[in-house]
Design a protein around this ligand. Structure first.
Ligand SMILES: Cc1cc2nc3c(=O)[nH]c(=O)nc-3n(C[C@H](O)[C@H](O)[C@H](O)COP(=O)(O)O)c2cc1C
Length: 354
């Protein structure tokens, strides 16, 4: 794939990590960047939260300070609040561009007229984009969907409004918002948008392997590929796609021992980075904390573990125990037991016999 350029941003290999609330914090993003992700996005950040000076909101925007290229990904309905939030993101000096969420289907967001609800009111969508565009000098992009539901599904009109309102790039999840993250993505619609638009188009939805990425580009001709769930517990997916390798770390089947050791090491590193991230968040927070940084990291890591242990024999035990494990050592002891059983199945069976 050719490098992708919009405004001052160049993505040398445009296979990028999707924004995912609850997952794509600095720990996951740095691992993905080190493993070949062309760019990353923050988790969903509330423009109203930034306006209210909410510490929780600022914590979502926490970066390692050295993640590039990175988008500050914000949502909201009110153009002025979005413009203020965009200015704040720009002034931190940490981000390469501002991305506007115009596709989130979650009730809490849609009921406020934000996220995917904007796809039911295209003049409001256009006004929001152009207001933000005028308020910052960083590039402004939009992450959206091919429609809200069958009544609001004019993907070409959505693309036209986004482009004419001044967005520098559009990333499109090829599913309707009503389908959340399920069902087959419609990559042909991505191709129609690519044909109709002059701004770069990044395609998203259903890319979980090198073959999927190749197929999405073949079918649609998009300028870049965005990967969401396929990267959870699998940062290697970016290296694989960069190099066209199909053997890097197949998490769908039981892999060879060296791959298992690589996976175990990645889990330890990911957990370590989560602890450091929580420590740095707690250092700047004036609020009383419910959990220590280590405990908070262990709780956050729970959602990643099922992806890292996908395909492993006897993983159920670990997944059941997870809810009570609040130290790095306790989690890694259980992880070691599981990997030992999978690398050395006979030893696993002997220990089970007592
Ligand atoms: C747990 C989770 C959280 C997500 N959070 C966001 C978000 O904050 N902002 C956003 O634009 N999309 C969000 N998405 C959607 C993803 O960015 C992506 O569009 C979707 O998962 C489809 O891509 P995939 O098939 O590669 O997973 C989220 C998806 C998941 C599964």
């Amino acid at each position: 794939m050719k490098p992708l350029q919009f405004g001052s941003v160049t993505i040398d290999c445009p296979v990028v990590l999707a924004p995912m609330a609850g997952y794509t914090d600095a720990a996951m993003r740095t691992l993905c960047l080190e493993h070949g992700a062309g760019a990353v996005y923050t988790e969903l950040t509330s423009a109203e939260g930034i306006r209210r000076d909410s510490q929780n909101t600022f914590a979502v925007l926490k970066t390692s300070g050295n993640e590039h290229p990175i988008a500050g990904h914000i949502f909201g309905r009110d153009p002025e609040a979005m413009a203020e939030a965009a200015k704040y993101v720009e002034e931190t000096g940490l981000f390469d561009w501002i991305d506007l969420n115009c596709g989130c289907p979650v009730k809490k967001v849609v009921s406020r007229g934000a996220g995917a609800a904007l796809l039911k009111d295209l003049p409001a969508l256009g006004n929001l984009i152009s207001t933000v565009r005028k308020s910052v000098s960083l590039p402004v992009t939009v992450k959206t969907r091919i429609g809200f539901n069958h009544d609001f599904a004019d993907h070409l009109e959505i693309g036209r409004v986004v482009e004419e309102s001044g967005a520098d790039m559009i990333a499109v999840h090829a599913r309707l918002a009503k389908n959340f993250h399920g069902g087959d993505p419609d990559w042909e619609k991505l191709g129609e948008m690519k044909q109709a638009l002059n701004i770069p188009v990044i395609g998203n939805g259903g890319v979980n392997s090198v073959a999927d990425a190749e197929q999405m580009v073949d079918v649609s001709g998009v300028d870049g590929v965005m990967i969401g769930r396929g990267a959870i517990g699998n940062p290697w997916i970016f290296d694989e796609i960069r190099r066209g390798r199909r053997d890097a770390c197949d998490t769908g089947t039981v892999p060879q021992a060296s791959r298992l050791l690589e996976r175990r090491a990645m889990m330890a590193e990911h957990l370590k980075r989560l602890v450091l991230l929580n420590e740095s968040k707690q250092e700047v927070s004036s609020r009383a904390v419910k959990y220590t940084a280590e405990e908070a990291a262990c709780i956050q890591f729970r959602t990643h573990i099922p992806y890292y242990v996908k395909g492993l024999f006897d993983k159920k035990q670990l997944l059941i125990k997870l809810a009570s494990l609040l130290t790095v050592d306790a989690i890694m002891d259980e992880v070691d037991n599981l990997f030992e059983k999978n690398i050395n199945p006979r030893r696993g069976a002997e220990s089970a016999e007592g």
